[in-house]
Ligand binder design. Structure first.
Ligand SMILES: C[S@@+](CC[C@H](N)C(=O)[O-])C[C@H]1O[C@@H](n2cnc3c(N)ncnc32)[C@H](O)[C@@H]1O
Length: 446
């Protein structure tokens, strides 16, 4: 190791910055962000260096830099020269600053750009609110140290606080919920009880595992149990911790699955038993996903629950096949509607959906394609309005059909008649013509 990484407490101490340019300005701001009192100098003079904690030099001229370093060293003040590790006593790392949590990356001066690239990679792995998590731990430190004498048990408590339900709530921004959980855990320690777990209602996105959110991917690694919909593909379940229990609670059309109240009861039972429960749903949990009912059930039971959004099918599918759902010239609004509303189960405002410049994304609509067509035609949509049907959107077996509204029912048959038919989404509107159908793509290559 060429340099020993240390964190230097500069709050209230004087730091000298020699030089005037942008690099000097950046060093001055950096020192200020650590609470230092910054003294700016055009050139170093020994009279200016009494009681100084550290110095930065950035004159933009090597000879001037060297002269400044000589004077600063005589005053026994540690010095850094921008872009010149050979003249420096210490170097400045690439920094990730998330409040209490600071990560410093250095290549020992070999390549600041490489350090910056590494910082970017590490930054992507760190939750945005990691500083809040550190603050949460700090605020309970004295209490925990007072209550738990055994060092092993104390370590286990901290690990659970940071990696368990309370830590995850803090990372979602629910500071008071996280505090409540830690207080509950401390109470359980006092009573020698097993603490309760937590429930996460997580959107899995449309199917491509790379479209999981970072938070969803992390929770899949933390879960004790995953209660998942049938629509969630194996490629996504494959991202979960190997030992996590996986339970399919979804129902395919026409087949019996778990009743909604049984799913909720199972979540409640497991959270009470201390488990981290991930309820994994296709797309987004709050878009035709019954996530709202599960949140209500957990809250009514007085248990912690948080929701992790996912990319809903319409957004994933549209991006995958190249349909802009809104378009400056062609569409100024988009509506997500359930196919069941065409079949009469729920009311939809079909005249509004049929208006020009309106894109309609129909979920669960392929088997109701004839009713969707009739409703839209009845409300005034042109029979020649472009439509696209996307089956298994974003997945390796994605299939697209493009045509006209008058032909929707016929187009849908090939997406519903096979035994292994996947989920399909219908998009109706001028923008649907942007999707290239299978046949068109084949024509382009042949
Ligand atoms: C019960 S809804 C769930 C929607 C989900 N919560 C969401 O936000 O995407 C199921 C419907 O979503 C649509 N769907 C989900 N994933 C899809 C995919 N990969 N490709 C096409 N449609 C999809 C289909 O219309 C399917 O019938």
């Amino acid at each position: 190791m060429k340099y020993l990484p240390l964190f230097f407490g500069l709050a209230g101490r004087t730091v000298v910055v020699v030089g005037q340019g942008a690099a000097a300005e950046r060093r001055a701001m950096l020192a200020q962000s650590a609470g230092a009192l910054v003294r700016r100098l055009e050139a170093a003079a020994s009279g200016d260096l009494g009681g100084v904690a550290a110095a930065f030099v950035a004159t933009g001229d090597f000879e001037h830099d060297r002269l400044a370093v000589d004077i600063i060293r005589q005053a026994c003040v540690p010095v850094n020269v921008v872009d010149c590790p050979d003249l420096s006593d210490f170097i400045v790392p690439a920094i990730i600053d998330r409040d209490e949590v600071v990560v410093a990356v250095s290549t020992g001066g070999a390549s600041p750009t490489f350090a910056t690239i590494l910082r970017g990679r590490i930054e992507a792995l760190l939750p945005e609110r990691i500083g809040a998590l550190a603050r949460l731990a700090a605020s309970f430190r004295a209490q925990v140290n007072g209550l738990i004498a055994d060092p092993g048990a104390r370590r286990a408590f901290w690990r659970r606080l940071i990696e368990g339900p309370a830590g995850r709530l803090a990372l979602t921004g629910d500071a008071s919920g996280a505090r409540r959980l830690v207080i509950g855990d401390l109470h359980a320690v006092r009573q020698a009880e097993r603490p309760i777990g937590g429930a996460y209602i997580v959107g899995a996105g449309p199917g491509d595992p790379d479209l999981l959110t970072l938070r969803a991917a992390r929770l899949l690694q933390d879960a004790d149990v995953i209660l998942h919909d049938d629509l969630v593909p194996p490629a996504i379940l494959g991202r979960a911790r190997r030992d996590a229990e996986r339970i399919s609670v979804g129902k395919r059309k026409g087949q019996a699955g778990w009743a909604q109240k049984d799913i909720e009861a199972e979540m409640i039972r497991r959270v009470r038993a201390g488990e981290t429960v991930v309820r994994l749903k296709a797309g987004d949990p709050f878009v035709f996903g019954r996530g709202g009912e599960e949140v209500e059930a957990l809250r009514a039971a007085g248990l912690p629950v948080s929701v992790v959004p996912g990319i809903t099918a319409a957004l994933g599918v549209a991006a995958s096949v190249g349909i802009p759902l809104t378009h400056r010239r062609l569409a100024s609004a988009v509506t997500f509607v359930s196919g069941h509303s065409a079949a009469g189960a729920h009311a939809a405002d079909w005249p509004t959906l049929a208006a020009r410049g309106h894109t309609v994304a129909v979920y669960m609509g392929a088997t109701e394609a004839a009713s969707v067509r009739d409703r839209l035609l009845g409300a005034g949509t042109s029979p020649s309005m472009p439509v696209a049907i996307v089956e298994n959107g974003t997945r390796p077996d994605e299939r697209v059909s493009v045509g006209r509204l008058s032909d929707l029912a016929r187009l849908a048959v090939s997406h519903t008649s096979r035994g292994d038919a996947g989920p399909s989404l219908i998009i109706v509107g001028e923008v649907a013509a942007f999707a290239a159908s299978e046949e068109q793509l084949l024509e382009q290559v042949s």
